[in-house]
Ligand binder design. Structure first.
Ligand SMILES: [Zn+2]
Ligand SMILES: [Zn+2]
Ligand SMILES: [Zn+2]
Ligand SMILES: [Zn+2]
Ligand SMILES: [Zn+2]
Length: 262
């Protein structure tokens, strides 16, 4: 898919004379089996009078069309973005991910349509600096991108790669996804009755491979895990705490606010 016109033709979106349209390639975060990876996406946005149509083509298989009217005039500035952000209301089928916490946005959001930059209404206020127990109480600073040469960081919690917003400790090269920094200390996983505690150091002493009780794939001993010591139930942080769930963003937000530097 090399151009916006080609994509529009393929999915049956009409571009009329005088319409504005933009086309770009991007990468979306996909989380499964406790790992995050990226998939390529082609995004076409057309504006015909007051209607915005957006088509997202993921790995050439999922095609999404959405119609949206222009946002109400109401704007804010955000330190990480050079344009003003407008108010939006996202539906589940919009499949929009928050650029800050990289989880889906359903409901209120701030965004810049031209740049495809969208954040949860509540993510606007994630702390710029936090202290996190996993990192000896040093200050972690919110960054919108990494200055590593590769353009990517490896999250010390989930061990996945990231390239967007994260918390960073410069002298230690310590990095956390925003959502990982906000994972709650205790979770109740539905298929396990007892509470699971967040462990920053691997809780089981063994030379054998340890498998996640939720997804059955291997858990690295270098990252974080949820664990119950009575039942030896262990799980990836993303398996025991589903951050794609509707209310989970509020849990993440609460946790981040509590870590904020006073
Ligand atoms: Zn968010
Ligand atoms: Zn912008
Ligand atoms: Zn992470
Ligand atoms: Zn440090
Ligand atoms: Zn798992």
């Amino acid at each position: 898919m090399s151009s916006g016109k080609e994509l529009a033709e393929r999915v049956g979106v009409e571009i009329q004379k005088g319409d504005r349209y933009s086309f770009h390639r991007t990468r979306r975060v996909r989380r499964s089996k406790g790992e995050s990876s990226y998939e390529e996406a082609a995004v076409l946005t057309t504006k015909h009078k007051n209607t915005i149509t957006k088509v997202i083509l993921l790995d050439r298989r999922v095609e999404k069309v959405r119609h949206n009217t222009r946002p109400v005039k109401n704007e804010i500035a955000h330190f990480s973005h050079r344009h003003a952000l407008h108010r939006y209301k996202m539906l589940e089928e919009d499949q929009v991910q928050c650029d800050i916490c990289e989880t889906d946005i359903v409901g209120k959001a701030w965004g810049c349509q031209d740049c495809e930059f969208f954040i949860h209404k509540s993510c606007k206020d994630v702390p710029r600096e936090i202290k996190h127990k996993s990192h000896r109480g040093e200050t972690l600073t919110l960054r919108s991108s990494t200055r590593y040469e590769s353009g990517e960081f490896r999250c010390n919690a989930c061990l996945g790669l990231g390239e967007g917003f994260h918390y960073h400790c410069c002298p230690c090269k310590f990095d956390l996804h925003v959502a990982c920094a906000g994972t709650p200390y205790i979770v109740y996983y539905e298929k396990h009755k007892k509470p699971l505690t967040l462990c920053y150091d691997f809780p089981i002493e063994t030379s054998r491979t340890v498998y996640c009780k939720v997804c059955d794939s291997k858990i690295s001993k270098n990252g974080w895990a949820y664990y119950n010591k009575d039942s030896h139930f262990i799980a990836h942080i993303y398996c025991a705490f589903d951050n794609e769930e509707k209310d989970s963003i509020l849990v993440i937000q609460d946790r981040l606010q509590s870590l904020q530097m006073k």
